[in-house]
Design a protein around this ligand. Structure first.
Ligand code: C5P
Length: 395
């Protein structure tokens, strides 16, 4: 894999695994990348500047206040690199970056970095499990930072548990994959829906479903990485590096989609939309009555996907839907794609417990309007999302 015209910025923080990064720098060098190394002051307790300098064939920077140029280093490094890889990343540095703290050269660069950041944490297992650290990791993930989970095993501190830096190959491969991410959606307006709609009964009760919104969120993240201008219409609160529109009900989702429809090039309906809503919403909380049974009347929601496909006419927009089936996956999906009139339908088998709702993994079958069928083997929702988008973008 050639990285000939790429610049990789490697950030090293103060953990014992810092010595392993020498091998990572060599791998990037061998692949032809230009490597730039920035260390926190503590990193140099574990590995020498001279070693890193020789391996990276570049001066190694630690100090923020030692400019060689008119442009401050943290800005010029951030501008010139195609990717930033922070490994090993300590709990301290992760937490600082998550909170916008920029108190050394490495954290200042991370603060100014607008391209992909990959973080490979390494720390004591109790630090890894610390709630504040985990919250900071979630925050960064939601902003598009890629985390390479530490491994479980014997730790330098004498403990055994989760916290060991993942393999150097894994870090290298993740960076290569990210650098070669296809830009097939560059400039496209992609609108994605996610989560289960919420149909209110009264101010305290509602009808909804188990959709976690993870698949839609993964699609939005991947579309962003592929260069798209993303709008995520979601029922789940989410901090994201793209435009989000928060909705509750199917009707609100339809209105939000109508707003985006004209400018959208691609619409992907990954949301689980309720087929029915409550007929008479009660402004006041419904009281318990003396009756043993009560009846809640429901009315049909619009089939948003079908209506969007009708509204599109012969305009050049790609529209994809999702369907959840508990039996006869492909047969039911074939019927549905014809009924809805969309270009693609991504079919999920919800009878399986290891994929789908709330899971981080999925396995899907993509049908297209011309009868094509493509099965995507089980993988993380993020990998599945990228494959779905590449399939759609090839249309
Ligand atoms: O008919 P079914 O609910 O299985 O279709 C699922 C697809 O249709 C999903 O893409 C979902 O977002 C969409 N849908 C919709 N409006 C509804 C129900 C589902 O757009 N009322």
């Amino acid at each position: 894999m050639s990285l000939q015209d790429k610049t990789v910025l490697i950030g090293i923080t103060g953990g014992i695994a810092a010595y392993k990064i020498c091998e990572l720098i060599r791998k990037f060098q061998k692949a032809g990348a230009k490597t730039r190394v920035v260390c926190t002051p503590n990193a140099l307790n574990f590995v020498t500047k001279l070693t890193l300098q020789n391996l990276s064939k570049n001066q190694v920077f630690v100090d923020e206040f030692n400019p060689k140029d008119w442009k401050p280093e943290h800005i010029s490094f951030a501008d010139e690199a195609d990717i930033m890889v922070i490994a090993p990343a300590t709990a301290n540095t992760i937490s600082k970056i998550a909170n916008g703290i920029a108190d050394n050269l490495l954290t200042s660069i991370a603060c100014a970095f607008s391209k992909q950041i990959i973080i490979a944490p390494a720390m004591n297992c109790n630090m890894w499990q610390n709630i504040a650290v985990q919250e900071n990791i979630s925050k960064l993930k939601s902003r598009g930072v890629e985390f390479l989970e530490p491994e479980t095993g014997f730790l330098a501190c004498g403990y055994s548990g989760k916290g060991r830096l993942c393999s150097i190959d894994k870090i290298f491969n993740a960076a290569v994959e990210s650098l070669n991410f296809s830009q097939k959606l560059a400039g496209k307006n992609v609108v994605i829906t996610s989560g289960g709609t919420i149909e209110e009964i009264d101010p305290v009760r509602y009808i909804s479903n188990y959709s976690s919104g993870k698949m839609g969120f993964a699609l939005a993240n991947s579309a962003k990485k592929m260069g798209a201008n993303v709008t995520l219409i979601t029922t789940k609160p989410i901090e994201a590096p793209f435009k989000t529109v928060k909705v509750k009900s199917a009707i609100q989702m339809q209105n939000a989609l109508d707003e985006e429809f004209e400018t959208a090039d691609i619409i992907i309906m990954a949301a689980a939309v309720a087929d029915y809503r409550v007929k008479n919403y009660s402004e006041q909380k419904l009281k318990k009555t003396s009756e043993d049974e009560i009846t809640l009347q429901l009315v049909k929601n619009p089939d948003i996907l079908k209506e969007l496909c009708q509204k599109r006419g012969d305009r050049k927009k790609i529209i994809a839907g999702f369907c959840a089936e508990s039996e006869n996956l492909v047969e039911n999906a074939k019927e549905k794609i014809a009924k809805k009139g969309c270009d693609f339908l991504v079919a999920n088998d919800i009878s399986r417990k290891d994929i789908g709702f709330s899971s981080d993994d999925n396995e899907v079958t993509i049908l297209d309007k011309n009868g094509g069928i493509k099965k995507l083997e089980k993988a993380s929702k993020s990998v599945i999302a990228t494959k779905i988008l590449e399939h759609i973008a090839n249309e």
